[in-house]
Design a protein around this ligand. Sequence first.
Ligand SMILES: [Mg+2]
Length: 336
Amino acid sequence: MMRQRLANVVSWTAGGRVDALRRPRHPRDSSAPPSDGASGAAQFTAIVNPVSGGASQAATLRAVTRQIRAAGHELCVQLTRGAGDATRLAAAVPDGTRAVLVVGGDGTAREVASALVGRDIPMVIARSGTENLLAKDLEMPTSPADLVEALLHGERCHSDIGRAGERRFFVVAGIGFDAEVVRRLHARRDGHIDHLDYAEPIWRTFWTHRFPHLDVEADGAQVYSGPGFAIVNVVPRYAVGLPIAPRARRDDGLLDLTVFPCSNCLRLLGHAAAVMLGRNGDLNGAIMGQAQRIRISSPQSVPVQLDGDDAGTLPVTLTVEPSRALFLRLPARRGP
Ligand SMILES: [Mg+2]
């Protein structure tokens, strides 16, 4: 339904009036008009996850398209159809593209950013997911006018990228309890996710989870061996803005590791309270530190999540690629 609505309110490619479109066209429709001069490349490309946003997403995209055109530029809009599609669409963005606008949540941003690594094509993120932790940490603007300003005149900034084997993550990796919640959530996902959708998986996991034994190494040194769960942050915050790793910086070339020793629900509640109070590590005995390489293994089958997506089971080795993702954002506002 949302895909249909988006198809009717935005143009797939440059060259037509936004309000002139009456029918959806496949994003890779070969009959779509070329967009930008001799190169055939649009100056800007928008990659849109139509599942992640609500009605405001369509309005934002329509306004951005109109304003980009009014400024004399072209915007090619591409819609994703499922997992992995944003990666494929981003990989196909032609050289010479000035910037890519990602309209989606952290998962879509991760896919696009992964495909653009090593290319001189920066990204702007228009938030339309559940958490949007990466966009928030980058202080991406929200209004259409500011998004256009960032696309046209934004300053470049970089972010580190986490690696888990061949997979990348830009926000957070979770091992154990939270990954089990993610696994349960995605097993029943049907369309856009909001915070309420997490209630049942959290509730069920809370009562059924058996905290596994974890062996955790950071830069070659064993830092924990026992039951619990672990979070590895690129940016400081976690779901619903929880400040799990307040010292984390997305551009310092380090991953922030937090191990939560835990063997029962009562201890889990204690960890949750400490995090919510901004006292993680002080009140709850969480083990916190920074490393470039983190290896976590277990004799049990333990789920792993990357940026809110199911990523299989342990063992996992997490590394960091410093400053490999390129973004555009508005210059920091100065004082009055
Ligand atoms: Mg860091």
